[in-house]
Design a protein around this ligand. Sequence first.
Ligand code: SF4
Length: 458
Amino acid sequence: MSGKVGFVSLGCPKALVDSEQILSRLRAQGYETVPTYQEADVVVVNTCGFITPAVEESLSAIGEALAENGKVIVTGCLGARPELIQQAHPQVLEVTGPGEVDRVLAAVQRVIPLDQNPFTALLPPQVKLTPRHYAYLKIAEGCNHKCSFCIIPKLRGPQKSRDAADILFEAARLVATGSKELLIIAQDTSAYGVDIRHRTSEYAGRPVRAHLVDLANELAGLGAWLRLHYVYPYPHVRELIPLMAEGKLLPYLDVPLQHASPRILRAMRRPGGAESHLKTLQEWRSVAPDLAIRSSFIVGFPGETEEDFALLLDFIAEAKLDRVGCFTYSEVEGAEANALPGAVPQEVKEERRERLMALQQQISLEKNQARLGQTLEVIVDEYGELPGQVVGRSKYDAPGIDGLVYVETDGTVKIGEIIRVRITQAEAYDLHGEMVGRVAWKPGVPPVGNIATETLRV
Ligand code: SF4
């Protein structure tokens, strides 16, 4: 965890908005707001200087914070008269004026330097590249597998999972600051917690196990869309599917299967084959018929024969996956697979990729056509080129990799809203539709100690 900040907010609604902005920025930088002076590493007092009683109240609040904690940063309207504050309380660390959010942040950072730990400092605002309404939530780093085409375990080391509470606090912060969709990622998301023996950590006064099922159940309480990426096809993934059927997780699984020929999968050091993949998919779909499955495949792996590839094409035809990515094998320096015999010429790799994608395009079109007339919830990512048009994604589509939904609206829809859309047109990858309603956004209640409002004295 990064540092803990206590916050006292005085004054009018404009000062309150300043407080909200400061608190949002502090949270986005990984600081935690705490409800008592004793827990805080530093206290920020947002003051009022409008009338004499307000000045007196502000000076008194600063005095109280100094007596109780000792490290105090003052901001707000009274901050415009620093001499008054310094005369009464020379120990204050810094005085800034109203709306000087950056100066307050800089002052806090001087007292509690930003956390450099990559796990606990995942989302400083300078590097958050996603829009406000969705965010990636990294639950572990590294990987314990030894897929022969991959050097990630060499680069990033074995899997290191974060404690469940750490992840949940970050998720609560993200939702509190506007994220409506959390994309859960790791090198191998389904192995989350194995390396720390699924140890428990305390969140909201109760122990939570570092296990994907427990974590998903807790995250569901935040009310955001939860999307799972990079799920290695372990047998225990079946435990997650009922959560999708219950609506706790989005009915979406990104499971990189890589191939369907058991011989190639063995050479890749990956599990399964066409038969077991199909059995698993059938099992998942029997529990959550709505499930959208995304997968990626490598063609032209060393030793891949036309028979191996035909097996993969048969699998694609039968599996009817919702989304498919296909890559031609390329040598990564240091990967064991480079030493395998039977290198496939580049033009053969390309040709196999094109055949696979042509087949999948047809499947994808049929799947999209089945959506005609349905009403889907769509999260709005951006404005379209036509008047009133917005572009978003349904629950079955992840940002950046899956299809889009182009929606005609009445022109009042904002980015980040979730709307209801009747589908009127289907293409191989994208859908078109018209807005028929809005979905009220009801975020869950973050736990005590993690939200700013608990520390506000307004
Ligand atoms: S491909 Fe994925 S699961 Fe396999 S070693 Fe690389 S990171 Fe791990």
